[in-house]
Ligand binder design. Structure first.
Ligand SMILES: CC(C)(COP(=O)(O)OP(=O)(O)OC[C@H]1O[C@@H](n2cnc3c(N)ncnc32)[C@H](O)[C@@H]1OP(=O)(O)O)[C@@H](O)C(=O)NCCC(=O)NCCS
Length: 147
């Protein structure tokens, strides 16, 4: 697989991965609308077929992770880590100082992934998800001079 920036025409493939991989999947329309925004940046990992993706946004000094998913057949090969490193590099270049995301409190894989990459727990949103699950808010902070 190789990593590359996401293109508008990737929206359908990204939505297909969302459908099989994400807890709260975005539709093709949501992905396409987000990719069309100047505040969104995205990357995909593909081997002919797009199997992993990350969309983030940034406004001024603040960034946000929008969606991240890796197809079940391609997990534990470091693709999420690589996608997140690409985003953190882009944020650093853009002058983003801190970034946030919400993770389901029962999503051990994602909690461990972000912790391993230096994200810190910033708080909890009680019963944030429709099924009553809490959200853990995680924060990334840029290190002056790059990470
Ligand atoms: C979370 C997710 C994106 C991880 O993708 P991935 O490509 O398998 O992750 P990586 O291979 O880059 O893993 C990097 C590190 O994250 C942690 N990690 C990843 N999956 C894990 C799991 N199932 N259990 C425990 N730790 C896990 C490990 O520390 C791992 O390093 P290691 O493999 O050397 O132990 C993937 O499981 C997924 O798509 N889940 C469903 C959607 C989701 O939860 N998205 C994130 C919402 S914010």
């Amino acid at each position: 697989m190789r990593l590359r920036p996401a293109l508008p025409e990737d929206a359908s493939a990204i939505a297909r991965t969302e459908e099989v991989a994400a807890h709260h999947p975005w539709t093709r329309e949501q992905v396409a609308a987000s990719l069309a925004l100047p505040t969104t940046r995205g990357w995909v990992a593909e081997a002919g077929v797009v199997r992993a993706h990350l969309l983030v946004s940034s406004q001024g000094a603040e960034g946000e992770v929008l969606i991240l998913a890796v197809h079940p057949s391609c997990r534990r090969r470091g693709w999420a880590r690589q996608l997140l490193r690409a985003a953190c590099e882009a944020w650093t270049e853009l002058g983003v100082e801190e970034a946030f995301l919400e993770i389901r409190a029962d999503n051990q894989a994602a909690l461990r992934l972000y912790a391993e990459l230096g994200w810190e727990t910033a708080g909890t949103r009680t019963s944030y998800y429709r099924d009553g699950t809490d959200a853990v808010v995680m924060r990334w902070q840029a290190i002056p001079g790059g990470r």
